[in-house]
Write a protein that binds this ligand. Structure first.
Ligand code: DQA
Length: 152
């Protein structure tokens, strides 16, 4: 059942505009548009409306987070490399105050040590990593439960 609190902003950070040019062994070879189409369909099945944003500019990402409470009810973030060092983005997410889930296509725990750190620790409901596009489905499911758009 669709509720009025069902808008999920799906934010992609730096280098996601060229997702299809990144190592297919690590990121799967799909384009951002293909990934967003999957997310949109999964969201719809869960009674959610997905809206999308991507930028390579940290400042624009922060400014989008400033607007987030007017745009959406929850957030699904893959901030790419910013995940590992941008306290500015973490502070802006904190101010937004919406339920959020962090997703990574690759398994950030099993790569370089620096990828294990996340500025979103303590700010997000969950971190889903290493499940490829399916991780977004899992994240949407968590957010749908949080927003009450599905039973569970
Ligand atoms: C990523 C993992 C990050 O460490 C990396 O910098 C990315 C993509 C992922 O989806 O696996 O850009 O967030």
């Amino acid at each position: 059942m669709t509720t009025s609190h069902n808008r999920v902003a799906v934010l992609h950070g730096v280098n996601f505009d060229i997702l299809d040019r990144r190592d297919p062994e690590v990121y799967g070879g799909l384009s951002l548009n293909e990934l967003e189409m999957k997310i949109k369909a999964w969201a719809r099945e869960l009674g959610l409306e997905a809206i999308f944003f991507q930028t390579n500019s940290e400042g624009e990402f922060v400014e989008y987070l400033h607007q987030l409470p007017d745009l959406a009810d929850a957030a699904l973030l893959n901030a790419g490399a910013w995940t590992h060092y941008s306290r500015a983005i973490a502070d802006a997410l904190d101010v937004a105050g919406l339920p959020a889930v962090e997703v990574h296509l690759s398994n950030v725990e099993s790569r370089e040590d620096w990828r294990r750190d996340s500025v979103f620790d303590g700010l997000v409901l969950a971190k889903v990593s290493g499940k490829g596009p399916d991780g977004y489905h899992e994240a949407l499911d968590l957010l749908a439960r949080e927003l009450g758009s599905v039973d569970g």
